[in-house]
Design a protein around this ligand. Sequence first.
Ligand SMILES: O=C(O)CCC(=O)C(=O)O
Ligand SMILES: [Fe+2]
Length: 314
Amino acid sequence: MGSETTLRLPVIDFSCKDLMPRTPVWETVRSQVREAAEEFGCFEALFKNIPQELRKAMDGALEEIFALPLEIKKRNVSEKAFHGYIGSSSPGSLYESMGFDNPEDHKEVERFTKIMWPEGNTNFSKTVHWFSKILSELDQTIRRMIVESFGIEKYLEEHMNSTYNFLRVTKYEASKTTEKKTGLRAHTDKNTTSILYQSQIDGLEVQTRDGEWVNVKFSPHSFIVIIGESLNAWTNGRLHSPYHRVMMSGDQKRYSAVLFTVPREGYIIKAAEELLDEEHPLQFRPFEYPEYLKLRFADTGKSYELPLKDYFGA
Ligand SMILES: O=C(O)CCC(=O)C(=O)O
Ligand SMILES: [Fe+2]
């Protein structure tokens, strides 16, 4: 699967308070986003505006929720695959995660919090809500920039309304090895966009277009933005959707929180016709996200070079 290297992903600064559409700084950042999304399918979003106290509170919230007894964590259930509690599925697995929909909505955060702490946990719910709102706003800025960069603003509203937010928090147990051990196996994100926060411990690796694995090191003031396959399809394959994984070594646990934007049921993912021409023929047939998930999950164990192409390649 290619060799491994440490290379810094493109770093794009979103800290400017006046980052508003139709300003020169917006246009500069927009072209950096487009370039990174095409070349790497991911980048480091530097965002210095998050107060240190919020990061600390988020780290505390992540530790606190995973410290709950297993039977309580298992109350996090969902009818959607991979949306509820996932525990150590096999002996030696380092992975554990939980998640819920619409974390930018305070009521939804409260609902999830009450499942874990029936008496409530204001610190937890306030922190997670505040954090999710910031991530969700950053996501909207990035997606607006992507849409504008292709000159297809007429689809902006439709595109923004085509997804909902899902927050997943993950704990990777310390591997206690010097050799790297898999925390999360290599995969592409199937959804639209993913914005990732980590609790200061590295472990994420991304594969470049030419097959090299890059150890992702990023500033405590940054998030990692990853383009999912659904956005790859909507942009007719123009934006890359990279393979990534988590590898653990050493004595420290790692926590992460990812805000995923996910295509809504009933929305048909179809490349914008403005992005089709002789040089860029249609890459994928229109599809619905739940249909794709159903096909993927029915084929567990099968490995793919380009999963979406296998099912919906044009
Ligand atoms: O925890 C991480 O750093 C990566 C998580 C991830 O890639 C995922 O949940 O899809
Ligand atoms: Fe992922």
